[in-house]
Design a protein around this ligand. Structure first.
Ligand code: DGY
Length: 324
C-alpha cells in the first residue's frame, strides 16, 4: 500500500493545539528536541514535503523550495513579518505562502508600550541598582523619569499594531501623529485623533517615535544617524518591528552622546546578537524579541498557521495568504 498522507515539516516547536490541527491532515515531522536546524539539515528534512511550517529564523527562498521538491504546496510562516521569505520565489513556483496577521496585535502593542514605560520610568536601571545591592534612599530628586501625559507619540506605520499602540497611548493622555506609505482612512484618523505628518516632520515633532512598519528594502536603516539627529534630544525611540529598520551602531552612538534620550528595543539588527554599545547603556530598555511571546498569542499564531496548511492540503483556500 502506498502512503498518500501528506508530509508536513515543522521547523521549530509549536504548541500542541497547532500540532493536532496538522496531524489531522498529514504526517508531521518536527525536530525533537526543539532546536534551530542548520540550513543543510533543514533542506535534507524538507525533501518530499507537501507543506512546511516555519518561523522567522528560517530563510525561505528558492533553495528552500527546491530542497522540498515538486510536492511543496504551502509554506506557513508563524509570524506576521515575513522578511525571512523570498515570497516571489515561492509564488513563481505556485507555492502558497501565509503569515499570521491579526492575532498578535495586542500582545505586540502591549510589549511596545511596556518598553516605553520601562525606558521613560527607568525600570531596568532601578532593578539593576537594587540587584547590585547599591545603597539607596528615597529622596525627591532620585531616579526621575519622564512622564507621558501631554507628550506626542509618533507612529511609523499605522497598521494594526501601530493602531493598537496609538490606542494605548491615548489612554495615557498622549497626542498621536503618524507617518507611513499612505494616509490611514479618515475614520481611523478620527478615532485615534491621529494626525498625518511627513516622515521628517514626525521625527522633529514626536517625543516618542515608535516603529511599526515592516522591514523592506525601503525601510532598512530608515532610522539612521541623520534620522536620529533630526529627533529631539529629549525623545525616545521604540522598536518592536525588525532590527534592521534601525542602524544599531548609529543608535548606540546617539544614545551614548545624548542625541536622543533613550530607546526601548525588542528586536536587533543581527539577532540574537545585540550591539555591545547598547549593552553598556542605562538609557535603553532591552527585550529578546518578546513582542508576541504570550501563551495565548503564540498558540493563536501557530493554530492559524496550521489551519492555513490544513486548508491548502484539503484543496481549499488559505485563510491569510501573502499575495505580494
Ligand atoms: C512577527 O510575528 O513578525 C513577530 O516578530 C514574531 O512574533
Amino acid at each position: 500500500m502506498t502512503d498518500t498522507r501528506p508530509r508536513i515539516v515543522v521547523t521549530r516547536w509549536i504548541p500542541e493545539q497547532a500540532m493536532d490541527v496538522l496531524r489531522d491532515v498529514g504526517d508531521v515531522w518536527a525536530p525533537d528536541p526543539d532546536r534551530a536546524l542548520p540550513a543543510e539539515e533543514l533542506h535534507r528534512v524538507l525533501a518530499g514535503a507537501d507543506a512546511a511550517v516555519v518561523t522567522l529564523s528560517e530563510r525561505v527562498d528558492a533553495a528552500f523550495a527546491d530542497a522540498a521538491g515538486a510536492r511543496l504546496k504551502i509554506v506557513a510562516n508563524v509570524a506576521v513579518g515575513y522578511d525571512n521569505a523570498d515570497v516571489p520565489a515561492l509564488l513563481d513556483r505556485g507555492i502558497v505562502f501565509t503569515n499570521t496577521p491579526g492575532v498578535l496585535t495586542d500582545a505586540t502593542a502591549d510589549l511596545a508600550f511596556g518598553l516605553l514605560l520601562a525606558v521613560t520610568r527607568r525600570l531596568g536601571e532601578g532593578e539593576r541598582l537594587l540587584r547590585s545591592r547599591t545603597p539607596w534612599s528615597f529622596h525627591l530628586g532620585f531616579m526621575l523619569g519622564t512622564g507621558l501625559q501631554g507628550k506626542t507619540l509618533g507612529i511609523v506605520g499605522l497598521g494594526q499594531i501601530g493602531r493598537a499602540m496609538a490606542r494605548r497611548a491615548l489612554a495615557f493622555g498622549m497626542d498621536i501623529v503618524y507617518t507611513g506609505r499612505r494616509r490611514a482612512p479618515v475614520d481611523v484618523e478620527e478615532s485615534l485623533r491621529a494626525r498625518y505628518l511627513p516622515h521628517d516632520e514626525l521625527l522633529r515633532t514626536a517625543d516618542v517615535v515608535s516603529l511599526h512598519c515592516p522591514l523592506t528594502p525601503q525601510t532598512r536603516h530608515l532610522i539612521d544617524a541623520d534620522a536620529l539627529a533630526a529627533m529631539k534630544p529629549s525623545a525616545f525611540l521604540i522598536n518592536t518591528t525588525r532590527g534592521p529598520v534601525v542602524d544599531e551602531a548609529a543608535l548606540a552612538r546617539a544614545l551614548r552622546d545624548g542625541v536622543i534620550a533613550g530607546a526601548g528595543l525588542d528586536v536587533f539588527e543581527r539577532e540574537p546578537e545585540v550591539h555591545p554599545g547598547l549593552l553598556e547603556l542605562d538609557n535603553v530598555a532591552l527585550a529578546p524579541h518578546l513582542g508576541s511571546a504570550t501563551v495565548e498569542t503564540r498558540t493563536a499564531m501557530a493554530v492559524l498557521a496550521a489551519r492555513n496548511v490544513a486548508a491548502v492540503l484539503r484543496g481549499g483556500e488559505p485563510l491569510t495568504p501573502v499575495k505580494e
